[in-house]
Write a protein that binds this ligand. Structure first.
Ligand code: RP5
Length: 164
């Protein structure tokens, strides 16, 4: 199976980005995590993104806050699917990063998840890789049915509580 790259703009992003890594691990997907910045280390980002395909990656997840150009900058260098995770910052609560990540020009898409939606970025990456991997598809199906079962259990518990 191809690997997933998880790139974040700063080490200060790690507490949120960790949720992405945890989900990829849970799904048994090989990944690499790096700190690289579209603004502070642009050469490193373009080098990594340009070589990502030949280096065995199938999807790139890019997480950044504030003027979040990381995902778009990566997408400019590769035709691999890029998933953007806009991160919350103090000044504008993540709206700055959301708009900077999602508003890509025609022809260079970034699939943007919710603000701080790091775990969903991992699930979406898994869904992309699962197109060519039956075992991963089954893991995703099971994850969905476990989720539904948990909701049903909570509903039953609530009903039981209401009757007391
Ligand atoms: C962005 O700027 C990073 O992704 C981070 O969310 C934000 C702030 O970075 P630091 O100043 O904390 O390194 O590029």
């Amino acid at each position: 199976m191809k690997k997933v790259a998880v790139i974040m703009g700063s080490d200060s992003d790690l507490p949120v980005v960790k949720k992405c890594a945890d989900k990829l691990y849970e799904l048994g997907i090989e990944y690499e995590m790096h700190i690289m910045s579209a603004h502070r280390t642009p050469d490193a980002v373009s080098e990594f993104a340009s070589r990502a395909r030949e280096n065995g990656f199938g999807v790139i997840i890019a997480c950044a806050g504030m003027a979040a150009h990381l995902a778009g900058f990566i997408a400019a260098h590769t035709v691999l699917p890029v998933i953007g995770v806009p991160l919350k910052s103090k000044a504008l609560d993540g709206l700055d990063a959301l708009l900077a990540t999602v508003q890509m020009p025609s022809g260079i898409p970034v699939a943007t998840v919710a603000i701080d939606g790091a775990a969903n970025a991992a699930v979406l990456a898994a869904e992309i890789l699962a197109l060519g991997d039956e075992a991963l598809l089954e893991k995703l199906d099971k994850m969905r049915s476990d989720m539904a079962a948990a909701v049903r259990r909570k509903d039953a518990a609530l009903g039981a509580e209401a009757q007391q």
